[in-house]
Design a protein around this ligand. Structure first.
Ligand SMILES: Nc1ncnc2c1ncn2[C@@H]1O[C@H](COP(=O)(O)OP(=O)(O)OP(=O)(O)O)[C@@H](O)[C@H]1O
Ligand SMILES: [K+]
Ligand SMILES: [Mg+2]
Length: 680
């Protein structure tokens, strides 16, 4: 991961946040947060009262008191704005450094006649072909259509080891802003200017398009309703006080209102959400929305693609096995015929191995042949030769059906051969010419390390893992065991992956899907949380609502924790914020009415120095609790893997009880300080 990304709060971010706290005082910005908007109106009124104390009728309080209330309210606003600005800070800094990557580069446009023309990268459009040589920056997102190169993606992923990208298959997509570290490639541009992966990434980390999540909207509404209720209560106090012949000062009423409305959570709410998204980014995961992150917190089932997700996906031919009565040469030659025109990494590795074993095939011998490209639907590929021969290779069950349809027989030892390969976790591909099966190709792949432990953690959280693969059941079973997933679905076509997700969703479960291939794209879109591997195709990355830049499917585990933590943090701070009111009643109500009703002295359990000191102390506590809680809002409350019930009761105890007790102590201390300094 990039060093830059790990950097926590720098001085620049702090300074910028202070400046932004003032900018965010703009009422048009503030109105999106109803609780703090009410505080802002109160701030303006107390400012006017500071300038002209008699503005709303005669008053008994001095100008100094009004100024004090005004200043504390102003700081309440600034503290809340600071929390939000600070949460935004790291993302903004990261966006700035990404923007530098985006600087305009020259591109070598391939023209119709095959010649090159130097153009600016900003003029590239979908469908343009560009050639990129060693050392050059890739000018736009695209698919490699020619060549194989190692690509330095550190500008985007922070990972310094270059990755191999090649035409065909699931590793053909390249991202604008990354660099070709070896060889050359020809790329077909897939995005228009302004819509590139880097553009989207900048908007994401910057939070430019941040939308409130449904959960956040619900909480904001609740807080607005609470604010309205307190507003009504305070307004009805005015005639009541008149009846009791108590003089209530406007600034005191405003102070009471601000103390009682949920300013703590109101001030920290957006910071909690932004910081949560930022934490996801620190894990090198790009989440398109906060909604997706929160959904991750509630996931029940996780569906994973095998090749390229659970395994590294560089399936390589390692052996050719002839069936009954045939010699090695037959199977090697037919496998080669079936693969010469197959541009997938699997196809190329077959050609390579056949060449290494001394088998070649002249280009002109497939004159007039028709290429049958691999699709996830047919799970076969091959050639229809000019002489009528149909050469195919593919998944065992697909080839079996294919030859059976032509009236062919299944060799008696096919099963034993495929079982041996599958039991070793390899992918067997059968090779056939017309109705005759010649043998099996052994494709080898490697399971990514460390998966078992992390899937065990998911299991402990009650999350079921299901591997969904186009491969045969035996290979699937072996890899499933090795990776430690709970269940697997084999011989799955793209629509089977969607069906598996829909089935879970119909049972009321929230489903996450991880995948890398174009054939995974519909399933990634269907899932509640779709996590695409950055190594995968553009189609997968576009369909998903999260992208893991490190291409690690178990990264979902971190996102799940962050999602849960987000929801818990909001709940905890809301509880704390509302519980705070109890102490404030005890501080302010006696202070307001004590002259008219000396019996209220019984409520003055905090024994505060004077009515004015009581009100100002409560208001000061109300303001400084916001910056004091910023660390919790930013880091999130500690999340431990325990049952939801246990977690809830623990948090209610901690933040509910704490919310009642802490302000009693805090207000008393502030009162003592104010009194000790002779301020009131
Ligand atoms: N180039 C190819 N030519 C012929 N058959 C192939 C080729 N590549 C893969 N296959 C066969 O098709 C099956 C499904 O292909 P693919 O790997 O794309 O599916 P998938 O659903 O993404 O599954 P996976 O979990 O393995 O990624 C493979 O298991 C293999 O048997
Ligand atoms: K409050
Ligand atoms: Mg796949």
């Amino acid at each position: 991961m990039a060093v830059e990304r790990k950097k926590t709060m720098t001085k620049e971010i702090m300074n910028q946040a202070i400046v932004d706290s003032f900018k965010k005082l703009n009422p048009w910005v503030m109105i999106k947060n109803p609780v703090m908007f009410v505080v802002e109106i109160g701030t303006v009124i107390t400012l006017l009262l500071s300038l002209a104390p008699d503005l709303f009728g005669t008053t008994e309080v001095g100008r100094g008191y009004n100024i004090a209330v005004f200043l504390i309210l102003l700081f309440t606003l600034l503290f809340a704005n600071f929390a939000e600005a600070l949460a935004e800070g790291r993302g903004k800094a990261q966006a700035d450094s990404l923007r530098k990557t985006k600087s305009d580069t020259m591109a070598r446009l391939v023209q119709r006649d095959g010649s090159y023309k130097e153009v600016s990268s900003t003029s590239l459009r979908k469908g343009d072909l560009v050639r990129i040589e060693i050392g050059e920056i890739i000018p736009s997102d695209g698919e490699i259509i020619e060549g194989l190169a190692s690509i330095d993606e550190s500008a985007i992923t922070g990972e310094s080891a270059p990755v191999i990208k090649e035409a065909g298959g699931d590793f053909s997509s390249v991202t604008g802003g990354t660099r070709v570290a070896s060889d050359f490639i020809v790329v077909k541009v897939t995005t228009d200017p302004g819509e590139s992966f880097l553009d989207r990434m900048i908007a994401l980390v910057e939070g430019a398009k941040r939308q409130k999540t449904p959960n956040e909207i619900a909480l904001t509404t609740l807080l607005a309703v609470l604010t309205l209720i307190f507003l009504i209560v305070i307004v009805t106090m005015v005639p009541m006080a008149k009846y009791l012949d108590v003089k209530l000062e406007i600034s005191t009423l405003i102070a009471l209102l601000v103390c009682l409305i949920p300013t703590t959570i109101g001030g920290l709410l957006s910071a909690i959400g932004i910081a949560g998204m930022d934490r996801v980014t620190q894990f090198n995961v790009l989440a398109m929305s906060g909604k997706a992150v929160e959904a991750a917190g509630d996931i029940d089932t996780m569906i994973l693609d095998k090749t390229g997700t659970i395994t590294f996906g560089n399936r390589m031919a390692s052996e050719f096995v002839p069936v009954n009565g045939l010699i090695a040469k037959d199977i090697i030659f037919t496998a080669l015929q079936a693969s010469v025109k197959d541009e997938t990494p699997e196809g190329r590795s077959i050609v390579e191995l056949a060449n290494k074993l001394g088998e070649t095939w002249q280009a002109d011998s497939y004159q007039g042949a028709e290429v049958v490209e691999f699709t996830a639907e047919t799970r076969m590929s091959g050639l229809n030769l000019a002489d009528g021969k149909q050469v195919r290779k593919g998944a065992i069950d697909a080839i079996k059906k294919y030859v059976a349809a032509m009236g062919g027989k299944i060799p008696s030892d096919l099963e034993a051969i495929t079982n041996r390969i599958a039991k070793a976790g390899g992918t067997p591909l059968a090779v056939a010419v017309n109705e005759r099966i010649y043998g099996v190709i052994y494709l080898k792949d490697t399971v990514k390390p460390g998966l078992k432990e992390r899937f065990a953690e998911l299991r402990a959280m009650g999350i079921k893992t299901v591997m969904c693969t186009g491969d045969n059941p035996l290979t699937a079973a072996t890899i499933a065991l090795e990776a430690g997933v709970d269940e697997f679905i084999a011989e799955a076509k793209p629509e089977d992956k969607i069906a598996a997700i829909k089935k879970e969703q119909q049972e009321g479960k929230l489903v996450a899907m991880t995948g890398d291939g174009t054939n995974d794209a519909p399933a990634l879109a269907q899932a509640d949380v779709g996590l695409a591997m950055n190594s995968g195709t553009m189609a997968a990355k576009e369909a998903a609502n999260m992208i893991d830049l490190d291409s690690d499917p178990t990264k979902l585990l971190s996102v799940i924790s962050i999602g849960k933590q987000l929801l818990i943090t909001r709940g905890a701070l809301t509880t704390f914020s509302i519980a705070n009111d109890i102490a404030k009643y005890f501080a302010i109500i006696p202070a307001m009415f004590i002259l008219a009703m000396p019996q209220l002295q019984a409520l003055n359990i905090m024994n505060l120095a004077s009515p004015e000191s009581a009100i100002l102390s409560a208001l000061i506590f109300n303001a400084i609790i916001i910056p004091l809680l910023i660390p919790i809002a930013m880091k999130g409350v500690k999340y431990r893997a325990m049952s939801a019930d246990k977690l809830l009761s623990r948090n209610i105890l901690l933040y509910g009880l704490g919310g009642v007790v802490v302000p009693f102590i805090g207000i008393k201390i502030i009162d003592m300080v104010l009194h000790g300094l002779n301020i009131v």
